[in-house]
Design a protein around this ligand. Structure first.
Ligand code: F0G
Length: 420
């Protein structure tokens, strides 16, 4: 049976496991020692790799706070930390009412140290980089990964290199990468082209790649799912029916699916308790939605992509082979939303005090659309993931918000302006 099902059996640790951890190819099942060499894909078939554990954890194994609370589910006990995780699961009563579901909670990953969920992956990825003894870290990025890599690399005292699509990265993210000391190369091409180049550099041994193609990044991001399940259960006495999230490279979708598979294997969750993974993309960059709608097990690369939600302006989601089974196996779906729908959702979240960047608001826009279509029922308990902070993209926020009004330097004139 494929390893990418909720029902898959726990496999025995192979000989090359280290402390109960190994890497396995999701396509051919080949296994590899986790830290004897730098490896991003299967030596035999080029398939994607994932970390496997001899003892997948239950909630009883967790203690402490943040990402490293979940060390029983991670390859190490601690790592370079700023610290990350432990983000709020907001109540949004007005939005819940207007969308029309039983429960709506918003997991605001913008509250991580560099303002996005990428920090969860970086704390683990940089720990692995230290284990491997590499000296230069690199990534392609639509912005947030570069900010996180720059900060965690700086913290670890490692050189960082980021490749960005020229002119298509929000101002806050470039500023972060720059101030944290990354070398920034702006490529005349989109994110997918940047990722092609970084993969070439990594293959030539020029840098250690910390995009979500790196299986250890996803181990850190898995903790989003663990936090959601623990906190939702503590508040509501049950697990959510559905988790809705924006999709770009599909790393988070893959990470959440892996989280659920491990909890089912450890006996912590029943397969029918697993939330439906529901991915949202922008209409101008929706290869995952295309694949889900057509029942494909792969995505077709979109060469031309465009959306105001620049974080998810991606046409070739590298983690699709891990994420598509996640959507299918959990009974989820995927939906595309327009830039206008994204901006509306950004305003609705802001009206509840939750400030997010455009890509993040795609989750709420997608939920609204699926609710309108009747795909999501009014009895459902839903968690929307908001992946990045409002200040990441100040231009988009200013455009979505109201305009400042110039007034004279005079109280009476101010009162007049206020309409008194
Ligand atoms: N939301 C935000 C704010 C992001 O920055 C990203 C990805 C996603 C959603 C999509 O997540 O790739 O796991 O499906 N940003 C990457 C970057 C590509 O370079 O910062 P995914």
């Amino acid at each position: 049976m494929s390893s990418m099902t909720l029902a898959a059996e726990q496999d025995a640790a192979p000989e090359d496991a280290e402390d109960g951890v190994w890497l396995a190819c999701i396509e051919c099942g080949a296994t590899f020692a986790p830290f004897d060499a730098v490896r991003y894909r299967c030596d035999d078939c080029d398939g994607l790799l994932e970390a496997r554990y001899a003892d997948p954890p239950t909630f009883e194994d967790f203690e402490g706070e943040g990402v490293w609370r979940y060390s029983a589910a991670l390859p190490f006990d601690e790592g370079v930390s700023l610290p990350e995780g432990n983000t709020p699961l907001h109540y949004v009563p007005r939005l819940e009412e207007s969308v029309g579901v039983n429960t709506l909670r918003v997991k605001h990953e913008g509250m991580n140290p560099t303002g996005s969920f990428k920090d969860r992956g970086m704390t683990v990825g940089v720990r692995v980089a230290e284990e491997l003894g590499v000296d230069r870290l690199a990534c392609a990025s639509t912005g947030n990964t570069s900010a996180a890599l720059a900060a965690y690399g700086a913290r670890a005292g490692l050189e960082t290199l980021v490749l960005l699509p020229a002119g298509k990265v929000a101002a806050g993210k470039v500023a972060q990468a720059s101030l944290h000391g990354a070398r920034i190369l702006e490529v005349d091409g989109n994110f997918d082209a940047c990722l092609d180049i970084v993969q070439d550099l990594a293959e030539r041994g020029e840098a250690y790649l910390l995009n979500s193609l790196n299986p250890f990044r996803l181990e850190g991001q898995k903790t989003i799912g663990l936090e959601i399940l623990e906190e939702f259960y503590a508040d509501e006495g049950r697990y959510p029916d559905r988790i809705v999230l924006p999709v770009g490279n599909a790393g988070n979708t893959a990470a959440l699916f892996k989280c659920f598979r491990e909890l089912v294997r450890s006996g912590q969750l029943d397969a029918d308790e697993v939330p439906r993974l529901t991915g949202v993309q922008a209409e101008g960059a929706a290869p995952m939605v295309e694949a889900v709608e057509n029942g494909w097990d792969h995505t077709e690369r979109w060469d031309e992509v465009e959306t105001r939600a620049t974080a998810i302006r991606i046409g070739n989601p590298v983690n699709a082979p891990k994420a598509l089974p996640g959507i299918r196996e959990t009974g989820g779906t995927a939906v595309a939303v327009s830039d206008e729908e994204i901006t509306d959702a950004q305003r609705s979240l802001a009206a509840e005090g939750v400030g997010v960047e455009p890509a993040s608001a795609a989750s709420v826009a997608g939920l609204r659309k699926l609710r309108d279509r009747g795909v999501v029922g009014d009895e459902e308990d839903v968690v929307c993931l908001t992946t990045g902070h409002l200040l990441k993209d100040p231009d988009a926020a200013a455009e979505a918000g109201g305009d400042p009004e110039p007034v004279p330097n005079d109280t009476d004139a101010v009162l007049e302006r206020l309409g008194n």
